[in-house]
Each structure stands twice: as structure tokens, then as C-alpha cells.
Design a protein around this ligand. Structure first.
Ligand SMILES: [Zn+2]
Length: 420
């Protein structure tokens, strides 16, 4: 890898700062220099004249399931042979890069060692894919969410702190980066959003204790207020959904805002309502009411968390029939249209905050000297129209770790469709 100089680009640096016209030099896998205007000498570098296009950091998805194969039901997730499953998962990894996602934090693997193997193959350069934080299967309790009564299912059903501790130790031995737990479960009754808390405090504590000892992350499906509190209390770093957070839960999240991340993961209810028909999915009245209420409640919760300075990240459970892989950047549009984020704030959540989630604060998800060169050259200005990030044809170039996944054309200016 030699040097690449991006000239004539509008830089969105990922910090939330306004775009500026500038020049960015990449050397090896790092950003060597960033300048306003054209103050960097090209020297021997390969020059990419962006023709006014936007240069921004690659995106992070905070709740990914690369091994969910756009399934119609939870029971379908592991219905393929293991051999087919692995190949399809590798295909999804490549698809993420094609769509501008250079980092994925997993919200669970469908099989125990699948994501570890995938991550290692990507890091070895054997197959294309994003940086990946590899997860366990989701760990739930008997009768909890994800206990679908099948052997070899996508969830691991455990009861009691000893069982959780054993599973986490085995997962650490196998090389996972993150433990996924499911402390809350759908409740019963007329309220479509009713949610129980299914795991006990000592079970969550056991998982967090192993995570601390072995330097792993813990991510949790936590929709009830009590599940959110249980997670914050015990040291879970990544809270998914947080739907029914009450004031006490929000206060606890705010007090730990330098440590915790929240990802609402609304792709499933939002996708069902807005794109379900397109994918041939029918929705009964109860499910529709539940999805509508979920969107309304989560939107209000996330708007509040944003105001409190809590890191809220895109990442939306993509990998289901009506919420397929590749649509991931739709989450950023939801942040703008439903949660009150500006487009630059939504980009910051998916880039700078994403880099923090991936364990590389200040080095991933930002365009600054010394950061990893994960870069997107975008035809158009996503700070004006966040939706363009959903169109892979808008990516004129995609770079991960200093290497082009998508090479820029020789005559970029002639290729651009966005007239500004
Ligand atoms: Zn999920």
C-alpha cells in the first residue's frame, strides 16, 4: 500500500463538525494528513480527484446479525445446513462493505463459532468484510425471548448464574469479543408493548463478571425499564432497544454515559410497517399496533436520551425478510426523521461513536491524522440528504484499512450524478 491523496473533496470528519473543502492523505492503513483547501503536496501519491464529492468515515452498525439470512421467522434462522450458513454469512459480510459499513458490532451470532471464524478470515484478508466484533449466540433463559424450543437454535437457553458463567467462559475461550444476553421478554396482556424482565440480577452479574475478567463486552436485549436498570447496575456496556426506559432508567444511563451505548434497533418494526409489503410480509392487526406503538415509544425515548448526551447508535437488527441486509443505512434516516438528530449528528453516531463502540476511540470513525483509513467517497452531500447513504451506487469509492474495497473510477467527475 502506497500513498493515496484525496483532493477536491468536501470532508465530513465524523465529529459532528460542518463539512469543509479539503485534502486527505492516506499512507498505509492510516490517515497521514488532513488539510483545509489543497495544502498537501501530492508527491508520489496516487491522486483521487473527488470532483467535489463528500469524503467521510466508513459507517458502523451497532446491532448486526451477519449470520441471520434474511429469515422470515426466528425458527428459520438456523434452518440451513451449517455449510450453507457459513457461505451465506460470508456473502453478507461482503454486502456490508458494498453498502458503506466498514465496522459491525454483532448483536449475536446464529451459531457459536461462526462469527469468530468470519472475523478471523476477514482480518487475515481471506475474504472481504467489515471490521467485526464477534458475538456469542444470544443467551436467554427458559421461556425467555428467543427460547423457541428447538435444538441447535439461534439462542442458547441457560438458567442460573453458574450456567451463564460457564457459557461465557467457554465463549471467551472460543475467542468472541462480546457476550449477548436477553434480560427482557415479551409480557402478556392487552398492552402490545408489555415486557417482562426474565433474567435475574445474579445471572446478569455473572455474565458481567466474566466479561470484566476476560476483557469482553456485554450487549443486552433490554426493553423493560427494569432490564435496562439491571444492565446499567451490573456493567453492561451496550443496551439494545431500551424501549420502556422510565426516568430512573434514563437517569442511570445518563450517569454512565461515558461507558454505555444505546442502540434502539428499530429496523424490525419500522421495516415491517414501511417495507413489509414490498417483501411479501403480511402483518396482523396486533403486530401492526405493536410496531406502531414501538416506533412511537422508542422515538420519544431516543429523543430524550439524545438530549441527555447519551450515545445512541444506529444498528437495526437487519437480517430478516422484511428488514434485509443492505438496508442498514436506513437507520440514519430514522435518527433524523424520528429522533430529532440533525443529519451530521446521525453521521456522528454512525462514525465517531461507532469507533468508540468498536474499542478504537479517536482512531476509528473519524477523519483525523493517525486514524484508520476507513473512508467513503460519496456522490452528493449526506449532511443535506441523509437518505443517499442507502444507495450503494452513490459510493464512488470505499476504503477499509487503507485498501480500496471499491476503487474510484479514473474520471470521477464525469461519473457523478449529484449536480450541486
Ligand atoms: Zn438483534
Amino acid at each position: 500500500m502506497g500513498e493515496t491523496l484525496f483532493t477536491n473533496v468536501s470532508v465530513i470528519d465524523g465529529t459532528g463538525a460542518k463539512p469543509f473543502d479539503g485534502t486527505v492523505l492516506v499512507n498505509g492503513n492510516q490517515i497521514a494528513a488532513v488539510s483545509r483547501g489543497d495544502a498537501i503536496d501530492a508527491g508520489d501519491a496516487h491522486v483521487v480527484d473527488g470532483g467535489g464529492a463528500t469524503l467521510m468515515p466508513g459507517l458502523t452498525d451497532a446491532h448486526a446479525h451477519l449470520s441471520f439470512l434474511d429469515s422470515a421467522t426466528l425458527g428459520d434462522i438456523n434452518s440451513q445446513s451449517a455449510e450453507r450458513h457459513i457461505l451465506e454469512t460470508a456473502k453478507n459480510a461482503r454486502k456490508m462493505l458494498d453498502h458503506g459499513f466498514t465496522s459491525m458490532f454483532s448483536g449475536s451470532s446464529a451459531r457459536d463459532n461462526l462469527e469468530v471464524a468470519l472475523r478471523d478470515a476477514i482480518n487475515a484478508g481471506d475474504i472481504p468484510g467489515p471490521r467485526l466484533k464477534a458475538a456469542t449466540r444470544q443467551m436467554t433463559v427458559t421461556g425467555g425471548f428467543g427460547d423457541i424450543g428447538q435444538d441447535d437454535a439461534y439462542s442458547l437457553v441457560l438458567d442460573g448464574p453458574d450456567a451463564f458463567r460457564d457459557a461465557c467462559r467457554a465463549a471467551a475461550r472460543a475467542g468472541v469479543d462480546t457476550f449477548k444476553i436477553v434480560p427482557s421478554a415479551p409480557g402478556s396482556g392487552p398492552d402490545p408493548l408489555a415486557e417482562d424482565t426474565a433474567m435475574t440480577d445474579d445471572e446478569v452479574a455473572a455474565v458481567c463478571a466474566v466479561a470484566r475478567q476476560r476483557n469482553r463486552m456485554v450487549a443486552a436485549h433490554a426493553r423493560s425499564a427494569e432490564a435496562v436498570k439491571m444492565c446499567v447496575r451490573n456493567g453492561v456496556q451496550v443496551i439494545y432497544h431500551a424501549t420502556l426506559s422510565d426516568d430512573e432508567a434514563k437517569d442511570m444511563l445518563e450517569a454512565e454515559r461515558d461507558r454505555v451505548f444505546v442502540a434502539p434497533a428499530m429496523g424490525l418494526p419500522y421495516g415491517r410497517l414501511t417495507e413489509g409489503e414490498k417483501y411479501g410480509v403480511s402483518t396482523d392487526d396486533f403486530t401492526r399496533a405493536r410496531a406502531e406503538k414501538e416506533i412511537e415509544t422508542v422515538s420519544a425515548t431516543m429523543a430524550d436520551l439524545r438530549k441527555r448526551g447519551i450515545r445512541v447508535l444506529p444498528g437495526g437488527d437487519y437480517g430478516f425478510k422484511w428488514n434485509p441486509h443492505g438496508r442498514n443505512a436506513r437507520d440514519l434516516q430514522m435518527f433524523v426523521e424520528l429522533f430529532g438528530f440533525s443529519p451530521l449528528e446521525a453521521i456522528q453516531a454512525a462514525t465517531q461513536a461507532g469507533g468508540e463502540l468498536m474499542g478504537e476511540p479517536g482512531r476509528l470513525g473519524v477523519i483525523t491524522q493517525g486514524a484508520f483509513a476507513d473512508l467513503l467517497l460519496v456522490d452528493g452531500d449526506p449532511s443535506k440528504d441523509i437518505a443517499i447513504l442507502q444507495d450503494p451506487d452513490r459510493f464512488l469509492a470505499i476504503m477499509k484499512d487503507g485498501a480500496f474495497h471499491k476503487e474510484p473510477a479514473d474520471n470521477l467527475a464525469g461519473q457523478r450524478v449529484a449536480a450541486e
